[in-house]
Design a binder for this molecule. Structure first.
Ligand code: B12
Ligand code: SF4
Length: 345
């Protein structure tokens, strides 16, 4: 998911001189926890081996029409092209797993499926505020000038790669960052920083021989382990894709009206993932267990009201309506097939 740059500007207290004073990494992590981050780790601002897969991925056309990824490819290759003084990347993770069943547990094709990450408030806003508070605290603790730029899916940064190298979690075969204790229902954010801090050990791959996510994807979007073709991904099609969705893929979208979680729901590391009671991520009443016909029956004004302050703004009312119509057709087709099976002539 991606949005425009956050707030008035992501960087603070500019100084291109690397600081000589040492800041306490343990204290930064304790403060991060106090501010509502469940995980915090520190990666080096270095030439990390996984960064190079990005260009290969673009060359295969797997970014679909997300032209901003192509435009920013050079900067995405290394955070030092974003912040030349960078020495470290402080990565944070927040568990957004609200207490509701997975879409794979729902047999009713008439129930609208909305990706878990989008149920509550817009994570860009929530995490940005918390990161700003962390940066402000760091400046207060460390009076010498240093550079710190905070991003939440808003900058030209390959967040998952830095998260893996900060020890937050490994990049699973479904391409999501998985933490062994919290699973993969995690938002990521980072502070690119000119301070020299203690670096964490990278997380190691714990997917093993499992391939459940690859097999479960209804559109076969995971072409090989850790390589996702956006053109086939239900998340991309329902959120990022503009205009008509390719008709060959429509049936596989099922009742997904915004995003998709299937490759994470089938993951064994999410089988007992802890729930978050953070009010920011609890489902808004408009989306909570909503049926497709109820959603279809809402006025533009009602939908626009519910989208305010939510990441679901990205599709606008028009995009959401397009998705709901496909889902309604899919639900009717599924119901007809079930009727035929129950009553064969
Ligand atoms: C573009 C984008 C998308 C696109 C493309 C996703 C993709 N897998 O590439 C679409 C629209 C499909 C999408 C969907 C989703 N997204 Co998104 N998305 C992004 C964004 C903006 C960029 C990701 C990117 O650069 N993709 C390009 C690929 C190449 O990079 P990558 O996914 O990081 O993959 C790395 C590895 O796979 C590895 N790699 C690749 N090939 C190989 C091969 C080998 C052999 C090895 C070892 C490694 C390896 O290197 C890659 C980096 O070069 C990030 C934010 C950011 N700035 O990073 C959020 C982000 C990845 N998205 C996020 C979320 C929450 C989602 C969804 C869950 C939302 C939903 N439920 O609908 C889905 C998940 C679908 C999925 N399985 O990825 C979170 C993920 C958090 C997490 N725990 O991982 C992020 C980090 C946003 C955030 N700040 O929280 N997203
Ligand atoms: S489902 Fe299996 S292969 Fe896929 S990410 Fe989870 S552990 Fe890895």
């Amino acid at each position: 998911m991606a949005q425009g740059p956050m707030g008035p500007g992501p960087c603070s207290a500019l100084s291109h001189e690397p600081s000589a004073m040492v800041m306490d990494s343990v204290a930064i992590k304790a403060k991060a926890r106090e501010l509502g981050f469940d995980l915090c780790g520190i990666a080096p601002a270095a030439d990390l081996p996984e960064l190079k897969f990005f260009n290969e991925w673009l060359a295969r056309g797997y970014a679909g029409a997300m032209a901003y990824l192509q435009r920013s490819a050079e900067r995405r290759a290394d955070v030092r092209r974003v912040v030349p003084s960078a020495q470290t990347v402080i990565v944070v993770g927040v568990n957004y797993n609200a207490d509701r069943p997975y879409s794979t547990e729902c047999a009713d094709p008439h129930r609208a499926q909305i990706a878990r990450y989008a149920w509550g408030d817009d994570y860009h806003d929530v995490l940005a505020k918390r990161l700003d508070a962390l940066v402000a605290w760091m400046h207060a603790e460390h009076p010498e000038p240093f550079e710190a730029c905070a991003y939440v899916d808003t900058g030209p940064v390959q967040e998952r790669v830095y998260a893996q190298h900060a020890g937050i979690g490994w990049i699973g075969k479904n391409t999501c960052v998985i933490n062994p204790q919290l699973g993969s229902w995690l938002f990521l954010g980072e502070i690119i920083c000119s301070l020299s801090l203690d670096i964490d050990a990278p997380a190691f791959d714990q997917c093993g021989t499992c391939t459940l996510c690859i097999e479960a994807c209804p559109t076969q979007a995971i072409r090989e382990p850790r390589v996702l073709d956006s053109n086939r991904c239900i998340s991309y099609l329902t959120i990022e894709h503009r205009g008509d969705i390719p008709s060959a893929l429509e049936p596989a979208i099922g009742s997904h009206v915004y995003g998709c979680d299937i490759c994470q729901e089938v993951c064994p590391w999410n089988a007992t993932a802890p729930k978050s009671d953070d009010p920011a991520w609890q489902p808004r009443p408009t989306w909570d267990g909503v049926g497709l016909s109820a959603l279809d029956g809402k006025s533009d004004a009602e939908l626009a009201g519910a989208l305010k302050g939510s990441s679901m703004r990205r599709t606008k009312v028009q995009g959401l309506r397009r998705n709901v119509r496909i889902a309604v057709d899919n639900a009717e087709a599924t119901a007809a097939i079930r009727r035929r099976r129950a009553d064969p002539v």
